[in-house]
Design a protein around this ligand. Sequence first.
Ligand code: HEC
Length: 184
Amino acid sequence: MGALVKSDLRGFGLGVLATVLIIPGTAYGIILSGSISPRADEPIQPLERWAAENSLRAYLKSNTPKTVNPLKPISADLKAGATLYVHNCAFCHGYANSSTSKTAHGLYLRPPVFANDDLSEDEDGQIYWYIDHGVKLTSMPSYNKTLKEKEIWQLVLFVKNMKKLPPDVESYWTTAAAHPVIEQ
Ligand code: HEC
């Protein structure tokens, strides 16, 4: 091997090594420099939103179970779902009149309000997945340690049918905002 080729190879090797060290080194420096704002009262950065939305979408595409809700929309299960929702979810995802809570208003990623964002056409298995696992680094909790499988399906049933409830469940649901669990 000629001397020139050898030194070219050495140069190339050093270049690769420098790149491998410089990129993580710069990231490490930025993280520890205190220049990344941790404030929840600032708008979400476009790059942050792009990375979070696209990684979640790609993950859900290959990992969402296609399971269909084993429960049918009968009053008893809709009422159970509505009660679970009012007690655990409404202060973030909103009541029938779209009101939420002071807490939800202060979150960095504002939770979607289900009275406005219709989930009725979403896959049962995907809604179940959100409630079961939650979403990392957002305020969406995982409920698989605290709710039973049947209770999660009752919630899925309720959120998909909240615009077409039987009269007894409808009256519970539309008056629930007058008795908020957490201050509005
Ligand atoms: C403390 C606030 C908070 C609570 C309580 C909460 N969530 Fe969420 N939820 C969120 C946030 C924030 C997101 C958005 C996550 C994302 O887009 O990455 C979310 C997303 C979701 C989604 C996905 C919506 C979509 O557009 O596909 C579903 C379904 C959901 N939540 C259901 C529930 C249910 C049911 C409960 C109660 C058992 C609940 N959540 C409780 C904050 C909350």
